[in-house]
Design a protein around this ligand. Structure first.
Ligand SMILES: NC(=O)c1ccc[n+]([C@@H]2O[C@H](COP(=O)([O-])OP(=O)(O)OC[C@H]3O[C@@H](n4cnc5c(N)ncnc54)[C@H](OP(=O)(O)O)[C@@H]3O)[C@@H](O)[C@H]2O)c1
Length: 267
């Protein structure tokens, strides 16, 4: 979908809504003046006015002026928001929900008209065009592809079945926090070995980026890259095996599954 000149309403300009809006502008999909950022306390986003975004607490004005409506509020805030915008929503609007744990069927139940609803699950790296965004559009395949085009400019995307959305949330959205905790631990290890924290952080972060890029570019199994680093009787295999004795893989998988069980029970 060519967004040039199209107006977009981002309803709920919090962490994710702002990140999406900044990513869209950063990647030149459209200009900031075409993006309405709404929240009830607009003073909290006043600093974004200088970037050219239209800031307002008037959701109706934003929806009336836009073709694409991105819904970025917290799950419990959704019913009141949909109630508010129902009078101005039309069948021509494309509603994109990034809200965790709220199904398309549940959103449609709140709507008074039958407009296209697509779910997208990005992560906060969207602000720098590096999101992993999973998208589902069971009833509107063409809109799913259009939304995918938007998010393709903001990282990588995958069209998935809606039943996989919770797993995508854990792996892709919560995943940012999980990898951050690894980076913090690696930095702390580096400091204990004698680096200043900013030096240790740079080494840990660039190494993590390099490891991820190797897999993305070479499309290999991680173990192939591990084999290249582990000299027989060397320091890497000794450290790696100790991490496994201490339960590294097991802890990660268990953490993911606890997150997954939790998200399945959040209502
Ligand atoms: N953060 C992530 O990594 C991530 C990833 C994927 C999906 N998600 C999902 O994305 C959604 C937003 O997450 P977030 O972290 O960005 O939350 P957040 O920072 O709390 O943002 C929600 C925003 O919505 C605004 N809001 C609430 N009611 C509103 C209304 N009636 N009209 C206009 N604005 C309203 C709030 O501001 P006011 O109180 O000033 O109105 C707030 O700034 C959640 O549903 C979350 O599950 C988040």
């Amino acid at each position: 979908m060519d967004l040039k000149g199209k107006k977009i309403a981002v309803l709920g300009a919090g962490n994710l809504g702002i990140a999406i809006a900044q990513g869209i502008v950063e990647e030149n999909l459209t200009e900031a003046k075409n993006i309405f950022l709404t929240r009830r306390h607009t003073e909290q986003i006043a600093h974004l006015a200088k970037d050219g975004f239209v800031l307002t607490s008037d959701n109706l004005e934003a929806v009336k002026a836009s073709k694409i409506v991105m819904v970025c509020v917290q799950p419990k805030q959704l019913p009141a928001l949909i109630d508010e915008i129902n009078p101005v929503l039309t069948a021509d609007h494309l509603l994109v929900s990034v809200i965790t744990g709220v199904s398309i069927a549940e959103i449609k139940e709140l709507l008074k008209i039958d407009c296209a609803v697509v779910r997208a699950m990005p992560n906060t790296a969207i602000a720098i065009g590096e999101s992993m965004t999973c998208i589902c559009a069971p009833d509107h395949a063409e809109h799913g592809i259009a939304v995918q085009q938007i998010f393709n400019a903001l990282g990588q995307t995958l069209l998935i079945e809606e039943k996989m959305m919770q797993a995508a949330t854990v792996l892709g959205a919560s995943g940012i926090a999980f990898f951050m905790r690894y980076l913090r631990a690696a930095t702390q290890g580096g400091v204990q070995m004698g680096f200043h924290s900013e030096e240790a952080q740079l080494i840990a972060v660039q190494t993590a980026k390099g490891a991820a890029s190797l897999i993305l570019e070479n499309q290999q199994h991680p173990e192939v890259e591990i084999d290249k680093v582990t000299t027989p009787e060397g320091c890497t295999i000794a450290g790696l095996n100790e991490m496994e004795h201490q339960g590294l893989s097991s802890a990660l998988i268990k953490g993911l599954m606890v997150s997954y069980e939790k998200i399945k029970n959040i209502k």
